[in-house]
Design a protein around this ligand. Structure first.
Ligand code: NAG
Ligand code: NAG
Length: 201
């Protein structure tokens, strides 16, 4: 390889890596009191990552943060179809701080770190690889929409991103009590997804 070509390749790498590090498939949203987020590259495809994220019944097999995500009706009855649909209600049982990886469906919850919440599925966008659900407490005490996005980024890799901006009068209290645990949980879900999709390699 000629020296000129080597320099050209080096310059190309320097020029392109910041572009990838700034690329995001998450929508811009107003800032809140605090944010939990993650981004991780996985050797896989956006299609496979999308299938994993929308397969709620299988979450317990790999997800150290969201241990149960169940699509329910307004009376909390489990709906026959568990595929996410906008405006449907989602019952979540989560672990923050997250469970240690790896997890399986038989990994027990840590009851001290268990939260339950009802969310509203707000965006199911397979073409864009984006999925979101929102928690809203009455009187705007707390409002938080959790976005997840998957994007093919070349080289047989997918970028998984997730971000939740918390706002409202209670967000400051939540930040103090749970901010660090939530951030760990977001990162752990990214690592769990990577283990699931790259497993065996
Ligand atoms: C709501 O449904 C979930 C999932 O089936 C269940 O685990 C939870 O106990 C139910 N909550 C109430 C209050 O019935
Ligand atoms: C759920 O979110 C959608 C989109 O933001 C909104 O139109 C709808 O009113 C919400 N439903 C509930 C029950 O909050």
């Amino acid at each position: 390889m000629t020296r000129t070509l080597q320099i050209a390749i080096a310059l190309f790498c320097v020029a392109t890596s910041p572009v990838l590090s700034q690329f995001t498939n998450l929508p811009e949203v107003p800032p809140g009191i605090f944010t939990a987020s993650t981004r991780i590259e996985i050797q896989s495809t956006a299609a496979a990552a999308w299938d994993a994220l929308t397969n709620f019944p299988a979450y317990a097999n790999w997800n150290p943060f969201v241990r149960a995500a169940i699509v329910v009706d307004p009376t909390n009855l489990t709906l026959p179809s568990q595929y996410p649909v906008e405006n449907r209600r989602l019952y979540l049982r989560t672990q923050a701080p997250p469970l240690p990886l790896p997890v399986s469906s038989s990994t027990p919850d840590n009851i001290l770190h268990t939260q339950v919440a009802y969310e509203n599925i707000t965006h199911v966008q397979p073409q864009l690889g984006r999925l979101a659900w929102r928690f809203a407490a009455p009187d705007e005490l707390l409002d938080a929409e959790r976005w997840q996005a998957v994007s093919d980024i070349g080289d047989g890799k997918v970028l998984y991103e997730s971000r939740e901006v918390f706002s409202g009068a209670l967000a400051e209290v939540l930040k103090e009590g749970m901010g660090k645990a939530l951030q760990e949980a977001f990162e752990a879900q990214g690592k769990g997804l990577k283990l699931l999709l790259e497993g065996g390699k």
